[in-house]
Design a protein around this ligand. Structure first.
Ligand code: BGC
Length: 760
């Protein structure tokens, strides 16, 4: 009864709120845009819905736009991507402004995924910093550089929750957790867009790929997705919603289907959810030819899928030209209304207006800016900072780290002197020739160290190379040296050194889009090298480079130290040397669980208890467990070590219970008990013990990154309100249900529950 009254009240206030929003929106129509729309022909409106690329940068499909110049002049283009630099963009913008009847300027898009020219670590790496201010600033720098080069619209952030490391694009996102993913989504949107989009150093952001792209079956890129609404709402949709709530200007629809309908033609997704429920008022762009791909999905011919998409709420067609070539006919035949096209066109014109392009179409084309704003010393220094904060110390052995700056070091491994693999995936605007290699970083940071470099092994499996098939593409260099000769010289170097640093892992091309893998092991060529290096008896530090969690069960059992560095960006070598030589104490924490085996996938910290939980202590039949391996991942979400150690005091709650309007404070004291100053990410987890749908055993609900001098203690507090206790129930209402909640605070998702409180 009580709950029903509450629900009625909530529904009433929701409908008042929606009515108010609709009214507010109607009043907010922009006179300039309405005036323009009034003058536009149907063809001109359709022209605005077309996004082309002349093929610069990365073309990720088979198609590249043709006759772009003629199409712009004919008024058939609303935006371009894959062009950069004020001079080139000015030419395109002049065609649009001077040669078309209404002179509507173009949007200029780009994939500025982790920095423009100053390349930051891959997003999965930056996320491991858990430092929202740092991420926001990195996005600000990216926007400053990109806009200096004429770009006003970014196809970032990518916020797809990913729990399957086989999927190569896990590298582009923030990992497995909806709460952390949401905070990161907000930070990027704020960083790119600032508070005033008319400022020439800010750009439109795009949240992508809407939706659920990270849940592709089997981790195979572009594969189908099938998921319950409850799972979507609680676990996969929150980061997109957070970006929308933060005011993101555009949304990119994903390649996959959602509930049997490809996202680009999914009305439930693009209209019912995005616009009606979330009140998104920007525009939706398709992914690269994703409208056309609905033909292969089995939804109809080009005219049919284009009509389906625009009717579903998609506003702009990337590269495929289905809108351009079929929508007029569909209007004539009555399957699409002109009003639908006007609405889509309005949204795109409004975005151009928000940027101030109608006042000055050339505002991003200041020839003085590229030199002043791009790749400044300051920007590079910041990229080095972000990289240092992104590294995760996975294993410490015998206090070998940090290294002494005058040590005799054997630096080995195929990635130790590889410039082309430092930037990582999706860095089409970056320049690999500017990247600092690890060998160079060692020289810069520890000039007195005696470093002998030796390649030691090929990146990929020697048998693949023997067959002369480079499956991973050009950035996986093929060595002419025989594996035996490479190994021999590495062992010679190791035997003559005090310590071995082995840089191993994945090449850039083994990660990212269209780079799914069925094995997550480091290639046998490199594994063999590492085993042999360990046999020399010299202390070994493995620097692990990858775009995804790898299965490093074997390496974790070796008597070595392991530092995970992802693909660190343009300052790679310097940042790695800063950390290895102790100028910075690593503080990163994993944002995705690392499996013991591909067979465990998906394995993530917020799994449910099931009806037959396993104690995991002894062998039990008929329990939810594997016969041959623990349920737990090799390395849990939130995990990461430091050169120092942190001790957590008792975790307490300020009260035993709270009301729906009240709050509770959870607190603990963290002490740096080791020998170095350091930073720690203090994490708060809750467990809703009883509720109407099965609860996860743990959910991240707060985190703070604190720095502690050696010996120092700090009290850390988290305030919990009913908002933190809410979830989407089976009616998809966002509710907090009364009952008991357990809490844990610690340095990883392994933190033990410390107590509980009740929500009355
Ligand atoms: C990717 C998008 C990207 C687009 C444009 C697609 O292949 O999925 O993330 O924004 O290409 O480059």
């Amino acid at each position: 009864m009580h709950i029903q009254t509450k629900m009625k009240k909530t529904l009433l206030s929701i409908s008042f709120f929606l009515a108010f929003c609709l009214l507010a929106k109607a009043q907010e129509r922009i006179p300039k845009v309405e005036e323009l729309l009034g003058k536009m022909t149907l063809e001109e409106k359709i022209g605005q819905l077309n996004l082309l690329t002349p093929g610069g940068g990365v073309a990720t499909g088979a198609v590249v736009s043709k006759n772009v110049e003629d199409k712009i002049k004919a008024g058939n283009v609303g935006g371009l991507f894959g062009v950069s630099g004020p001079d080139k963009i000015r030419i395109a913008q002049e065609y649009a402004v001077n040669d078309t009847r209404l002179g509507i300027p173009l949007l200029i898009g780009s994939d500025v995924i982790h920095g423009y020219k100053t390349t930051f670590p891959i997003p999965l790496g930056s996320a491991a910093s858990w430092d929202m201010d740092m991420l926001e600033k990195s996005a600000q720098i990216a926007a400053k550089e990109a806009t200096a080069d004429g770009i006003n619209w970014n196809f970032s952030p990518m916020v797809d929750i990913a729990r399957d490391p086989r999927w190569g694009r896990i590298a582009e996102g923030a990992g497995e957790d909806p709460y952390l993913g949401s905070r990161i989504a907000e930070a990027y949107v704020k960083g790119y867009q600032g508070t005033d989009l008319t400022q020439p150093q800010t750009m439109l952001a795009t949240v992508k790929h809407f939706a659920l792209y990270g849940a592709a079956e089997g981790g195979r890129d572009y594969n189908s997705v099938d998921m319950s609404r409850v799972k979507m709402f609680n676990e996969y949709l929150p980061p997109y919603k957070a970006a929308v709530d933060a005011g993101v200007a555009s949304v990119m629809s994903s390649f996959n289907d959602v509930d049997g309908v490809p996202a680009s033609g999914n009305k439930w997704l693009l209209t019912d959810l995005l616009r009606d429920r979330w009140n998104f008022d920007g525009f939706v762009v398709s992914d690269y030819t994703s409208v056309n791909e609905m033909i292969a999905h089995g939804l109809g011919d080009l005219q049919e899928v284009s009509a389906l998409s625009i009717n579903a709420g998609l506003d702009m067609d990337m590269v495929g030209e289905g809108f351009l070539t079929t929508l007029k006919k569909s209007v004539e035949e009555g399957t699409v209304s002109e009003e639908t096209i006007t609405i889509a066109c309005r949204r795109i014109l409004e975005a151009k207006y928000k940027l101030g392009l109608f006042d000055d179409p050339y505002k991003y084309l200041d020839n003085k800016r590229p030199d002043a704003d791009i790749l400044s010393e300051e920007n590079r220094a910041f990229a080095r900072e972000v990289a240092k904060h992104s590294f995760v110390l996975l294993k410490k052995h015998n206090n070998v780290l940090p290294l002494k700056k005058n040590a005799k070091i054997a630096l080995v491994g195929p990635l130790a002197d590889s410039r082309e693999n430092m930037l990582g995936t999706w860095a089409p605007t970056g320049d690999v020739s500017l990247a600092v290699t690890i060998k160079e970083g060692f020289k810069n940071v520890a000039p007195d160290a005696q470093v002998t470099y030796s390649k030691g092994a090929n990146i990929t499996n020697d048998t693949i190379l023997a067959k002369n098939v480079n499956v991973f593409g050009e950035r996986v260099s093929i060595s002419k040296d025989s594996p035996d000769a490479l190994l021999k010289s590495a062992l010679n170097a190791a035997n003559a050194a005090d310590v071995v640093v082995a840089v191993i892992g994945e090449a850039t091309e083994m990660t990212g889009e269209a780079a799914s893998r069925t094995t997550l092991k480091i290639d046998e060529s490199q594994k063999k090298m590492l085993r042999e290096l360990v046999k020399t008896g010299k202390p070994v530090v493995a620097v692990l480079m990858s775009g995804r969690p790898l299965n490093i069960s074997e390496e974790m059992d070796m008597p070595i130290s392991i530092l995970q560095v992802w693909h660190p960006g343009v300052e790679a070598g310097n940042a790695i040397a800063d950390v290895l030589f102790g100028d910075y104490n690593p503080s990163g924490k994993l944002t995705v669980s690392w499996p013991r085996s591909v067979g465990q996938i998906p394995v993530y910290y917020s799994m449910k208890n099931t009806g037959r939980p396993s104690s995991q202590k002894e062998f039990e039949k008929f329990k939810s467990r594997y016969l041959d391996m623990p349920n737990s991942p090799l390395l849990p979400f939130g995990y990461g070590l430091s050169y120092t150690t942190f001790e957590y005091g008792k975790v307490t709650a300020s009260a035993d219970s709270m009301t729906e309007n009240g709050s509770i404070t959870i607190k603990t004291t963290v002490t740096n008990t080791g020998n170095y100053d350091g930073e720690e990410v203090v994490q708060l987890y809750l467990h809703d013990k009883v509720r109407s749908i099965t609860p996860p055993m743990k959910e991240l609900k707060g985190f703070q990154k604190i720095s502690l001098k050696k010996g120092e203690s700090k009290e850390v507090t988290f305030e919990i309100t009913a908002e933190d206790l809410k979830f989407y129930n089976s009616q998809l209402d966002f509710v907090a249900e009364p009952g008991e909640f357990e809490f844990a605070v610690g340095g990883s998702s392994d933190a033990e529950m410390a107590g509980s409180f009740t929500l009355e």
